[in-house]
Write a protein that binds this ligand. Sequence first.
Ligand SMILES: *Cc1c(COP(=O)(O)O)cnc(C)c1O
Length: 355
Amino acid sequence: MNIRFEKAPTLKQKPADETKLGFGKIFTDYMFIMDYKTGEGWHDARIVPYGNLSLSPAALCLHYGQEVFEGMKAYRRADGGIQLFRPEENFKRLNSSNERLVIPELPVEMAMEGLMELLKVEKDWVPSAEGAALYIRPFIIAVDPFLGVRPGDEYLFIIILSPSGAYYASGLDPVKIYVESKYVRAVRGGMGYTKTGGNYAASLIGQDEAHKEGYSQVLWLDGVEQKYIEEVGAMNIFFIVDGEVITPALQGSILPGITRKSVIELCKSWGMKVTERRISIAEIAEAYDAGKLDEVFGTGTAAVISPVGHLKYGDKIMEINDNKIGAVSQKIYDTMTGMQWGKIADQFGWIVPVE
Ligand SMILES: *Cc1c(COP(=O)(O)O)cnc(C)c1O
């Protein structure tokens, strides 16, 4: 692929204090862009200075939400090198989202090449502070200037980069979540398994109400009966009941997390019993009452593992593992982050070095 490079007249000052990066606020000097047009395919790959886009106010994505995105990170190793964690999985998932949203396929190799080139240009932006990483946001938007409801003929694939800080300031602080009983996020046959803006728009009201009550997020139940557990905000959910690792099975309404998949593979490699199935919230409450709910944690690229210390279901409050991170959660966290930052060997072939 021929990638055109347009040099920025000046470069930005890199953040002086990498312990105060936060998330998603700072952007690097360059972005990768590629166009698509029906009949021409993907073309004009370029790395250009990061900046505002020029779009028609009638662009399809602005009105009907035809857009998909991904989220991943580049990690700085102790030896100064940079590496990615299962990046092809992200681009495969992007294509699964594309298919659902009737967006043309983007070959994984093309997306990988664009990302690798952009990372080589922006390598100095990958932070080295403990727990900090370069967050990568690839996305596709339909840009046809047309107000009719139909799939677009013109798209942009863009990758932007944002240095982000450690998710946890000190240790892994357990989060407080409640079981959402009013709203639903997705239903079978809908778009729950895709990373598309509409799913997050649908979840904002639940998150907003949770924040007002002092909870960080909500645990979504299935959209039909509101009985079965699905996932949390931007994280999949795991339960350890009587030593068995249990997570909701993927049946179309849950996002197939790459961290989820990796945690399943990791726990199986340790000889643990891992089950993917339907789990009702009533079953979890029962396990809690029987003293068998050992650990609960969320999984996602941002936090890797997010222990749940307090889970509210109606009037029932479940305090899990004395509101402290459990031994298995800690072991998974240490192993996953150890591999991601290159501190421990990768026995699974999950790490892709950039340089
Ligand atoms: C991104 C996301 C996840 C986590 O996926 P990872 O690939 O592990 O980062 C889980 N649920 C939702 C709704 C998400 O958007």
